[in-house]
Design a protein around this ligand. Structure first.
Ligand SMILES: Nc1ncnc2c1ncn2[C@@H]1O[C@H](COP(=O)(O)OP(=O)(O)OP(=O)(O)O)[C@@H](O)[C@H]1O
Ligand SMILES: CC(=O)N[C@H]1[C@@H]2OC[C@@H](O2)[C@@H](O)[C@@H]1O[C@H](C)C(=O)O
Length: 358
């Protein structure tokens, strides 16, 4: 039995940092299985956070430069992670960092040049998992649902509360998934007003109260009324959401409290629309799983028919990185790793570009 040994990396939209995961993945009796062996999170410096956040405004040559230097930086992080833990590695799977995501215009771009990365760590690297699906007319996102199906299929719903919230579930024998909308991106945007990276445990949000006008404006965002397949990027936040938050004159506590109600209301709505059992389990991963106030508010809005399950901190933080490792394995095995039932592409695909160090 072949056991794949992988270092995978994810840099998400909340811009908190880079997640590295070392795992083993193997197939037993036609079923993929995994074990997470080591993990590491590297918080972005304030400078790097700003550089990545503002990358949507860069000129093409500056963006390409960043693509290359960030690729080298990723390779260096792989080297350090391997040395620190004396790891044996077959390949690296890297999501990169999404700077542009406009599937409606036929484009998505994750920086972190695969060739620079592979050359820096001298290990075969698989990355650029989204472009092929967009070329096939799909959203190129979300991609993690293939992992939900293969590794976490016993849950009725899988919810990711990252920078953006997205959900995945089985309906009529098919995996369905889409970005629901806001999550930590809006919460972090609010706390940055007082130079705070995030609201730990939702403690500040808990002490606030709802700003009715802001809640109404957020709930009325056009994206929520669109049918799936659908996905969003940081561009959407800058254009549609930030103006609502920034024009609301209220305390940080009230802004946070309102945003938590909005996030959980939208998630609960999507679940009740797609619930076809009277007792279901919702797996929640992503940093929002560590926001106690958000989880409590969500459970309250969901009522008794769905039990929110928050797994271990490792699973909360590294599930996405783990799934990119699985996607790399599936790519090498020429098995499907992107589902058109989720993205709306012309067909399923085995996506990801393979770079050999040179
Ligand atoms: N203890 C905590 N309490 C409250 N919120 C937290 C806590 N720890 C992390 N978070 C929130 O989770 C965010 C990180 O979440 P995560 O790493 O899942 O996002 P991401 O992977 O960047 O996003 P995406 O999945 O959208 O790409 C942080 O920026 C912060 O807002
Ligand atoms: C384009 C892009 O990077 N999208 C991210 C983002 O962050 C959450 C949500 O929006 C999801 O669609 C996706 O990430 C995860 C890893 C995914 O593809 O499943």
């Amino acid at each position: 039995m072949k056991i794949y040994k992988i270092v995978s990396m994810m840099s998400g939209t909340s811009l908190d940092g880079l997640d590295l995961c070392y795992c083993h993945i193997w197939k037993k009796k036609d079923k993929w299985e995994f074990e997470i062996k080591k993990t590491k999170s590297i918080a972005y410096s304030e400078e790097m956070q700003l550089e990545l956040k503002d990358s949507i405004f860069l000129k093409a040559d500056d963006l390409l430069q960043l693509h290359n230097t960030y690729g080298v930086w990723l390779g260096e992080q792989v080297n350090t992670f391997i040395t620190e833990n004396s790891l044996e590695v077959d390949f690296v799977a890297s999501h990169g960092h999404t700077t542009h995501h406009q599937p409606q215009n036929g484009l998505t771009f994750q920086i972190g040049s695969g060739q620079h990365l592979a050359n820096t760590c001298e290990i075969m690297t698989i990355c650029d998992f989204r472009s092929n699906d967009v070329a096939l007319g799909g959203q190129g996102a979300p991609l993690v649902p293939i992992g939900d199906q293969i590794f976490f299929g016993t849950y009725d719903f899988c919810l990711n509360l990252g920078g953006i919230s997205n959900i995945s579930f089985e309906a009529k024998g098919k995996r369905i998934a889409y970005d629901i909308g806001l999550a930590n991106m809006i919460l972090n945007h609010i706390t940055r007003k007082i130079d705070l990276a995030y609201d730990k445990g939702g403690g500040m949000a808990r002490t606030g109260s709802v700003n009715v006008d802001m809640l109404k404006a957020l709930n009325n965002l056009k994206y929520y009324a669109l049918p799936f397949p659908k996905s969003i990027g940081y561009e959407w936040f800058v254009e549609e959401v930030a103006p609502i938050v920034d024009s609301t004159k209220d305390s940080v506590e009230n802004l946070l409290h309102t945003a938590v109600h909005h996030i959980s209301e939208k998630v609960a709505q999507q679940i009740s629309l797609n619930l076809n059992t009277d007792k279901g389990i919702l797996l929640v991963t992503g940093g929002g799983g560590l926001n106690d106030f958000l989880i409590e508010t969500l459970q309250h809005k969901l009522g008794d028919s769905i039990k929110v399950h928050v797994p271990s901190k490792i699973m909360i933080e590294f599930k996405e990185a783990l799934v990119f490792a699985l996607m790399g394995v599936l790519r090498l095995e020429k098995e499907i790793n992107v589902l058109s039932s989720v993205t709306g592409a012309k067909r399923d695909s085995s996506s990801g570009v393979i770079y050999i160090p040179n």
